[in-house]
Design a binder for this molecule. Sequence first.
Ligand SMILES: Nc1nc2c(ncn2[C@@H]2O[C@H](COP(=O)(O)OP(=O)(O)OP(=O)(O)O)[C@@H](O)[C@H]2O)c(=O)[nH]1
Ligand SMILES: [Mg+2]
Length: 909
Amino acid sequence: MNNLTMGILAHVDAGKTTLSEAMLYLSGAIRKAGRVDHKDTFLDTYELERARGITIFSKQAVFEYNETRFDLLDTPGHTDFSPEMERTLQVLDLAVLMISASDGVTGQVKLLYKLLDHYKIPTVIFVNKMDQALADKDRCLNDIRNSLSSSCIDLSEGYDAPEIQEELAMCDEALLSDFLNGKKIEKEDIYSLVRKRNCFPILFGSALKMEGVKELLDLVSDLAPTICSSEILDSSADVKRKSTPTAGTSAFGARVFKISRDPSGNRLTHLKITGGTLNVRDVIGDEKVDQIRIYAGDKYEAVQSATAGMICSVTGLKNTSPGQGLGYLEGDTVSEVLQPILSCALLLPEDINPVTVYNDLKNLEEEEPMLRVSYPEETKSIEVRVMGEVQKEILKHILKTRFNIEAQFGPAHIVYKETIAGPVEGVGHFEPLRHYAEVHLLIEPTEPGSGISFDSNCSTDELALNWQRLILTHLAEKKHLGVLTGSELTDVKITLIAGRAHEKHTEGGDFRQATYRAVRQGLMQADSVLLEPILEYRLEVPVDCVGRALNDMQRMNGTVSAPDMEGNFSIITGTVPVACLGNYAQELSAYTHGEGRLFTTLSGYSPCHNTEEVLEEYDYYPDLDTDNPSSSVFCQHGAATIIPWDEVGSHMHIDTGWSKDSNTGTSTDLVDNIDMEALKKLQAKRASMEDTRSFSEKQRDYFAAEDELKAIFERTYGKVKPRVGNSKTEFDESSFIAPDESVRDYAVEQEKEKKHSNLSKKEDEDPNKEFLLIDGYNIIYASENLKALAQTDLKAARDSLIDILNNFQGYRREELILVFDAYRVRGGTEHVEKQGNLTVIYTKEAETADQYIEKAAHIISKKYRVKVATSDAIEQIIVFGSGAVRMSARELWKEIELTNEQIREKINK
Ligand SMILES: Nc1nc2c(ncn2[C@@H]2O[C@H](COP(=O)(O)OP(=O)(O)OP(=O)(O)O)[C@@H](O)[C@H]2O)c(=O)[nH]1
Ligand SMILES: [Mg+2]
């Protein structure tokens, strides 16, 4: 029996769920067809779906019809849930694109049509709601053929009529020549046209009245043998659709398309088996498959195994993610096209710890990866990406019901992107002692909306294939950030044009460093272009309001078509920046007294209409973004040295000979569309602004650069490994300052006991107690005075900090714990000193202060609130993950100053 995965896609409310219900009913899979309006459908099972009458989550069901087993996927039509819909596209063999006769071809339908093309999915069109009085078959047909493609052909009356035969023949050159030689076009020809996406049959009907549904079932089941056949067609479509089982192999392969949780909280990995068989207790990666479920609505049947072509949901896997390939598809990840264009801060009640919420949201992000949950240092509030208002409502509901969090959303911000205007060579070099990698990349702008692509054009004599592959993996594993605002880079092609490895010293992580740096170095030289999201709109207003509507759209930097008339309404179409449209729907409703209608769909990203303003607002300094450095690391006189991006060119070991004037690479006319003069001026201003930085900013920058080297190393090789005795750490040995000898004099046992009694004593005291863990050396080095002192007398600097903190402790409610690194001291042991009210801890050999802090924060945060003061960017993430809040060294110093002022004030009174 053939097994076909079929998805139903449409604009919101076109009748997808109703059609799914009708198919399940007619095939005998369910006894009674439910009604969306009666809140009793088989597939809209989630309480909010029933309440609102819309589908929010894609749902699956199985039915059999004419010797074919169908895995049916019903998808949400609301644009806020388009990412959920798009995820199903990764596994479809066939799509039913529904068009509501009353709405016609909407922007959303056009978007779906484009997506189906992107994923190369054979498609059948079903025009629904033909039972409604105003439904007009000819008008719909014209609309579809004009707006989508003339390969959309009406097969509702069969295919024998001469004009239909002609239309079909026009879909394929070979077929046309046969047709002109007198051949009649047969069913099989049509099936093969559909599979190759050269023809899109159209049927008409009413899902609600179950008219035309049987005809649709007949057509899709007739198509099944051709679509499921493993015969390779001459079309590129088959190459793209890797999710179709490969004939002749029994190797297991699967594509994950969705993660969700069942009502008991079990994590479900929804996947399509693309090859071989999956059995219960099979091991994927290093995880065991517990249960294999075949879902139908919210019910499921647990099975022992699932075979190629089937959709199933698996428990027991914790590390899967949508788009991931398993088995022979491992490493082959599908990335999504649609991305949220808005970002919102989550507003939480005061008594709720953002750390807990952050962790909950990270959990939720597995199910909706588009949320891109973040906790930016600057704003100190959780940010999520959202598609729109309805999704926000649903998120609020999920946070309340699943995690018992009452959250609100702050105002939405636009998600900008960046690209470049002309080709550029980016270079990166990473060579701390005993490491080596050099990478040269050609970065070229590509068509708007094309995203990022990667390629290699580098001789294997110069760089072995495995290193080349690694570089391509590193390019693909990260979202690269532009240098104007730190927004995501898009619409570029990055080609590896040269690279060098060292026979002995190159390690995998070295190429990661060199690659990331090469991208940023390239961007620093390029003319960057800020992109903003643009909507395609259709505005319907009463004729007497058209003047106002045209004015408004132009005022909002929109384009406008010449108005069309439809009855008493004027129709204007065009594009408008999302940032300008704001709440126009409300305004429209007011001035048209509720008669005007506005339809919008995301059309893509275009050069920003107010770049200068946005840059002012972002105030992003690429040089200060230490997580995304553009500099390179060279080995000079036996020491690692950071060379800034604008000087690295002459240091590189390879010269590719590439120059802006040589003819490689393509430019776009993006430059013409934006005010490059203004941009250049602004960039110059920003560059000069660095000299006007305040003292503390300069200090921050200075240390950021110094910390960078340490940070790189930790990012690349991880910090959990003990570092003493590991030869690879030698490069930063000189920069490490050994703690004073005298601190080792304490007896180990005594100290341990002290420390434990200290910590446990505190636990016994006040449950509202808070702890502040302080990374000692980081704080010393964030103060100009103490740093200078440390250079001549480290102990004096430490003592001075201890004094300052002791004073500070007297005015704080938190318990202060000051931690000093001792991990370089051979035979050094962990010990604790009590200095006044302050607890001072010296870490043991092979343990850094941040390792200690991480561990301690983890333990203490189970019971108490923990804050960590440090300036290490890496630590922030780790410590944060363990449930502690972080403050920077600068902030701690500010607080200390403030407290001192207060003390002075008190004394003076
Ligand atoms: N008159 C008429 N109404 C229909 C037909 N099909 C669906 N409807 C109605 O249209 C509304 C939306 O139907 P749904 O099946 O929920 O539409 P949907 O495409 O699944 O909607 P989303 O999942 O929210 O995108 C409901 O009120 C249905 O009863 C039809 O053929 N004729
Ligand atoms: Mg639905």
